[in-house]
Every structure is written in C-alpha cells, then in structure tokens.
Design a protein around this ligand. Structure first.
Ligand code: ADP
Ligand code: ADP
Ligand code: ZN
Length: 209
C-alpha cells in the first residue's frame, strides 16, 4: 500500500513543486483540485462556472470540489492531495472518505508568497512549474521537461494573489490548526531552497511509514 499524503500551505508555498517530487519518489498519484478545476473552468454548475470564482481568487463552492476529490481519491492507490481541504467543512468531509498517513505543512511567510506567485510560470503541456527568478527554465518560456510553452496563470496577478492569500488566512489557516491540534502535523520550513524543502518533506514521509 502506498502512503496517503496531505500537503498544506498557502498559495505559492510550494505544494505543487514538492508534490511532483513526492510522485516521483513514492509512486503515488497527484490529486490537485486546482488543476482539476482549471481543466473544467468553464463547466456550468448550479453555482456558476469555476472560472467565475477562480479568477476573483475566491473559493469554488464545496459541493463542486468535494465531488472532484471523492472521485479522484476512490481511484488512487496512494496519493498526495494538494489544494484541498481549504476550509473546515472540507476537512470534515475528507475525514469521512479517507485515512491520511501524513499531513505536511509548508510554512512560508506572507511577504514571500506574492513574489513566488507573480513569478510563477507553468507548462501548458505537462504542468511543470517554474519561477522566473527562483527556478528559471534553461530557455525562457520553454519547459525543461517536455519543451512545451510556459504560461502565466490568469490568477497569478498581484491583485488576485493578494486576495487568494487573504482567503487562505480566513478559511484555510484554521485547517492547519485543525490537524495541528490533533498532533498530526509535520511542519516544514518552506522558505529554504527547493532542495532543502524536499529533504525535509522526504524525511517526514519516510518517518511516518
Ligand atoms: P503552490 O502549489 O503551493 O501554490 P508552487 O509549487 O506552484 O506553489 O510554487 C509557487 C512558485 O514558487 C513557483 O513559481 C515555484 O517555482 C516557486 N517555488 C516553489 N518552491 C520554492 C522555494 N523553496 N524557493 C523559491 N521558490 C519556490
Ligand atoms: P495555488 O496553487 O496557488 O494554491 P490552486 O491551483 O490550488 O492555487 O487553486 C486555484 C484556485 O482554484 C483557488 O484560488 C480556488 O478558486 C480554486 N480551488 C482550488 N482548490 C479548491 C478547494 N479545495 N476549494 C475551493 N476552491 C478551490
Ligand atoms: Zn512541460
């Protein structure tokens, strides 16, 4: 049985970046509500399209994301869950549908996050993530992994980044406390280099096995 891993952290903390490492090292599936929603951005739901929330930096309504997560987790033999739960009701729902082996929290100061988000570039082909200053591709605008074209997400503008961080503080910071109070949280210094963070993430997963 592969481990069930939850990775928490503010927007831009490095969840997606470290999830890629986890997938490669531990052979689990990457389950990420952000990517799933971006693939279905213009899907009509009774609440409106995901895009109408995402482009404003607001949370997509719980029923929409809960359904995505339940379907994805039921098909995964071991996973790293990234971008969910983002509020306490989602955390409650998650505890009803699965058991977690490890909960990681990437701790990054708010001042650092906006610069990470506005400099983020994502591959349109394979989803690999880069940063114009902190993790630049060898050739500007081109993915190192697959040669695909890099783009900037619609919500990675400074204004929307700040709103997402505010929404995180209001809704998702309590989720971190929820796991912390249960003594389940592995807190990791997310302000280290990419390699430094990865060493700590790997060690935390290995010590939970
Ligand atoms: P999240 O999924 O938590 O929103 P990402 O993994 O997409 O975060 O990272 C956000 C941005 O910060 C990306 O551009 C990424 O390359 C960069 N980044 C990730 N980890 C680090 C780090 N340890 N130091 C500097 N930049 C980082
Ligand atoms: P980041 O990598 O910056 O943390 P994500 O890609 O996880 O951002 O999420 C992008 C957007 O998708 C969020 O701002 C929100 O609108 C929506 N979203 C993602 N996951 C959830 C969730 N669990 N609940 C509600 N909305 C979500
Ligand atoms: Zn690529």
């Amino acid at each position: 049985m592969e481990p069930n891993i939850l990775i928490l952290g503010a927007p831009g903390a490095g969840k997606g970046t470290q999830s890629s490492n986890i997938v490669e090292e531990f052979g689990v599936e990457h389950v990420t509500t952000g990517d799933a929603l971006r693939e279905n951005k213009h899907m009509e739901t009774e609440y409106g399209t995901p895009a109408s929330f995402m482009d404003e930096g607001e949370l997509v309504p719980d029923p929409v994301v809960n359904e995505i997560v339940e379907a994805a987790l039921s098909q995964a033999d071991g996973y790293v869950l990234d971008g969910y739960p983002r509020n306490l009701d989602q955390a409650e729902f998650l505890s009803e549908i699965t058991d977690l082996d490890v909960v990681l929290y990437l701790d990054v100061d708010e001042d650092e996050l906006v610069g990470r988000l506005t400099g983020r570039r994502v591959c349109s082909e394979c989803g690999a993530t880069f940063h114009v200053d902190f993790n630049p591709p060898e050739e500007e605008g081109v993915c190192d992994e697959c040669g695909g074209e890099l783009y900037q997400r619609d919500d990675d503008t400074e204004e929307t980044a700040r709103e997402r961080i505010r929404v995180y503080e209001e809704n998702t910071a309590p989720v971190v406390e929820f796991y912390d109070e249960r003594g389940e949280l592995a807190r990791i210094d997310g302000e280290q280099s990419l390699e430094g963070v990865w060493e700590d993430v790997k060690a935390a997963i290995e010590s939970s096995a």
